[in-house]
Design a protein around this ligand. Structure first.
Ligand code: HPA
Length: 272
């Protein structure tokens, strides 16, 4: 595995010839950010050795290296979800590569369901903690000592300075943001009312099907992480709201301009 990660990292390094300041995962809430970057190199996943391939027909996925707000960023357009059937090591493979490219900062975005009663559809939540309820842990098995320690400190899964900068950006722009804890389940079903109740009872504010494996692997390697969620629907033990993929996409698109503004402000103002 380590050899493959190194081979992939060397391939990308030889093309981009620079250390990006940020890796950015374009989740459902951030897809349009790729129109704002000045691209320098666009690498199709299919052309990168060992890189996982997306399962979505017509969306091959690409890594975009370019300039955003005066910083160098490497954007991942098309991510790998556990529910698609990818092994957990495939889900986190790109994040191993990002570390070997020398990238220090990771920004992830997602769409998720809200259980905090203060949350409304199309609200934005900055993730300040998470609970991993996926059935597999990406660090299970022989530790890759070259990349990080066996036992990983998770006292600050989401970097406090980045959260502070992002909150100030939102404040300056008059964008309302929540902060909260993201719970990761494997999906692909949305939650039952009882499951929403469980998420709330264990201290979650929102629930989704991504982000946490990526952040765990990034932290294993000493990277700093920032996560931002769009609340695309709300649920709870006493609410039986229906939710569909179309509604999720609609809410994500509605909130996306705000998420893009916050992420651009963070990239511009954070120099850690
Ligand atoms: N659960 C509930 N609602 C959602 C999710 C989820 O995983 N993803 C997007 N909206």
């Amino acid at each position: 595995m380590l050899e493959k990660i190194k081979e992939t990292a060397n391939f990308i390094k030889n093309i981009i010839n620079e250390i990006p300041d940020f890796a950015i995962v374009l989740g459902s809430g951030l897809g349009q950010l790729k129109n704002e970057v000045e691209p320098i190199h666009v690498l199709k996943y299919a052309d990168i050795p060992n890189f996982p391939q997306t399962t979505v027909v017509g969306h091959g996925g690409e890594l975009i290296f370019g300039t955003l707000e005066g910083k160098k960023v490497l954007m991942m357009s098309g991510r790998f979800h556990y529910y698609e059937g990818h092994p957990i090591q495939t889900v986190v493979f790109p994040f191993r590569v990002f570390h070997l490219l020398g990238i220090k900062n990771l920004i992830v975005s997602n769409a998720c369901g809200g259980v905090n009663p203060n949350f409304k559809v199309a609200d934005v939540m900055i993730i300040n903690d998470h609970i991993n309820m996926m059935p597999e842990h990406p660090l299970r098995g022989k530790n890759l000592d070259e990349l990080g320690p066996r036992f990983v400190d998770m006292s600050e899964p989401y970097n406090k300075k980045m959260i502070e900068v992002a909150k100030n950006v939102a404040l300056d722009l008059g964008i309302k943001v929540h902060e909260g804890c993201y719970v990761a389940l494997q999906g692909p079903t949305f939650e039952t009312p009882a499951e929403y109740g469980m998420i709330k009872a264990i201290g979650g504010d929102a629930v989704g099907m991504s982000t946490v494996p990526e952040v765990i692997v990034a932290k294993h390697q000493g990277m700093d992480c920032f996560g931002i969620s769009i609340i695309t629907d709300v649920g709870g033990p006493d609410i039986a709201y229906t939710v569909s993929h179309e509604e999720v996409l609609e809410a994500a698109n509605k909130a996306m301009p705000n998420v893009i503004k916050i992420v651009k402000g963070l990239v511009k103002n954070y120099n850690g």
